[in-house]
Design a protein around this ligand. Structure first.
Ligand code: NAX
Length: 329
C-alpha cells in the first residue's frame, strides 16, 4: 500500500482551513491512489470545533482519508511530527484600525514557533505554504527558523491573486478563463502587488493585443486585482474564504504536477536575485514545476512600467522585513 502523506493544516477550524480540509481528504489534490493523514492544528480554545470537523470528515467516507489527528497549537512539535506538507493558515486576521505593521508584529511570533517546530519535527522534505497574512514576511520568518529544511520548500500564497487576475482578463476579453495563461504576480501579497498583464496570454496571443484598452490594463485591471480582497469583504461581510482555500489547493496541485509549456504558476519564493529582486526576501515570481522541483521562469519581459511596479512592491517587502528584523535569526 502507498505510504500515506501527512498534511498539516494550521487554523483548521477557521473559514479557509475548513474549506480546505475536505478537498485535501477527497483525493483531488494528491491523487485517488494516495492516502492522506490530516493533522488538524488549532488554538486550545478551538479544539471542540476540531472534534466537529473530524466527525464531518468521517461522515464523508473518503476512500483516500487514512487518518485524522488533532493538535493544539501549544505543542507544535507534536503536531508537525513527520508531516510532508504544512498549510500555515492559522493567524490573527487584521482588525479594525490595525495597521499592516501591527499585524506583522502580532503574527510574527506565531511563525517563529512554526518554523522552529517544523525544523525539529517535520519530514526533511516537507513543503510549507504560508497563507496567513502578511504571508510573504511570515514565510520569511518561519523559513529563517528552520535551517535544516531546504529553502526551495517554502512558499507564500499569491495564487489567489493570479486566479483573480486571470478572471478579470477573461471577463474583459469576453473569453473563458481557461483561455488566459501565463499570469504572473510579482512581489507582495498586498495592495502593492503587480499583476503582470504584459506577459499574460489570451488564446496564445499577448493579452495586450487581445485587450486593446491599454489604459484599462494599466489602471483598472491592476487596482481591481490589488483591491479584490477588500471588495469581497465589503460585499460579503467576511474575507475571501472558499476562493482562498481553492488557491491554496491550486498551489499545491501545481507544484506536484508538471507545469504545461507556455504557462506559469504564481507563488512567492525566496528571491535568488532574478529580475533584480533583492535576494533574501520572499517575493512573487512566475514559476514552473516538473512535478518535483520548481524554478523561476526567466525571460519574462519587464519594461519600464513593469519595473516601477515591481520596485514598489519589493520596497514594501523590504520595509516589512526591516519591521521584523529582531525575529530573524
Ligand atoms: P479565520 O479567523 O476564519 O481562521 C483563522 C483560524 O486560525 C482560527 O480558527 C484561529 O483559531 C486559528 N489560529 C489563530 N492563531 C493560530 C495559531 N497560532 N495556531 C493555529 N491556529 C491559529 O481566518 P481565515 O479567513 O481562515 O484566514 C486565515 C488567514 O489567511 C488570515 O491571516 C488571512 O489574512 C489570510 N488570507 C490570506 C490570503 C492570501 O492570499 N495569502 C487570502 C485570504 C486570507 O485573507
Amino acid at each position: 500500500m502507498t505510504k500515506p502523506l501527512r498534511v498539516a493544516v494550521t487554523g483548521a477550524a477557521g473559514q479557509i482551513g475548513y474549506a480546505t480540509l475536505f478537498r485535501l481528504a477527497s483525493g483531488e489534490i494528491f491523487g485517488a491512489q494516495q492516502p492522506v493523514i490530516l493533522h488538524l492544528i488549532e488554538l486550545p480554545q478551538a479544539q471542540g470545533a476540531l472534534d466537529g470537523i473530524h466527525m464531518e470528515l468521517d461522515d464523508c467516507a473518503f476512500a483516500t482519508l487514512a487518518g485524522v489527528e488533532k493538535f493544539s497549537s501549544d505543542n507544535l512539535e507534536l503536531a508537525f511530527k513527520d508531516v510532508d506538507w504544512v498549510l500555515c493558515i492559522g493567524s490573527i486576521p487584521r482588525g479594525k484600525g490595525m495597521e499592516r505593521s501591527d499585524l506583522i508584529r502580532i503574527n510574527g511570533p506565531i511563525f517563529t514557533n512554526t518554523g522552529k517546530a517544523i525544523n525539529a519535527a517535520a519530514s526533511r522534505d516537507v513543503k510549507v505554504l504560508v497563507v496567513g497574512n502578511p504571508c510573504n514576511t511570515n514565510c520569511l520568518i518561519a523559513m529563517s527558523h528552520a535551517p535544516d529544511i531546504p529553502r526551495a520548500n517554502w512558499f507564500a500564497m499569491t495564487r489567489l491573486d493570479q486566479n483573480r487576475a486571470a478572471s478579470q482578463l477573461a471577463i474583459k476579453a469576453q473569453r473563458p478563463v481557461a483561455a488566459v495563461q501565463n499570469v504572473a504576480i510579482w512581489g507582495n501579497h498586498s495592495a502593492t502587488q503587480y499583476p503582470d498583464f504584459m506577459n499574460a496570454k489570451i488564446d496564445g496571443q499577448p493579452a495586450s493585443q487581445v485587450i486593446t484598452d491599454h489604459e484599462w490594463l494599466k489602471s483598472t485591471f491592476i487596482s481591481t486585482v490589488q483591491q479584490r480582497g477588500a471588495a469581497v469583504i465589503a460585499a460579503r461581510g467576511a474575507s475571501s474564504a472558499a476562493s482562498a482555500a481553492n488557491a491554496a489547493l491550486d498551489t499545491v496541485k501545481s507544484l506536484v504536477n508538471p507545469t504545461p509549456a507556455g504557462t506559469c504558476i504564481s507563488a512567492a519564493v525566496l528571491s535568488d536575485g532574478s529580475y533584480g529582486v533583492e535576494e533574501g526576501i520572499i517575493s512573487g515570481f512566475p514559476l514552473s514545476s516538473d512535478g518535483k522541483n520548481w524554478k523561476i521562469i526567466q525571460g519574462f519581459q519587464v519594461d519600464e512600467f513593469s519595473r516601477s511596479k515591481i520596485d514598489a512592491t519589493i520596497n514594501e517587502l523590504k520595509t516589512e522585513r526591516d519591521t521584523v528584523k529582531d525575529l530573524l535569526p
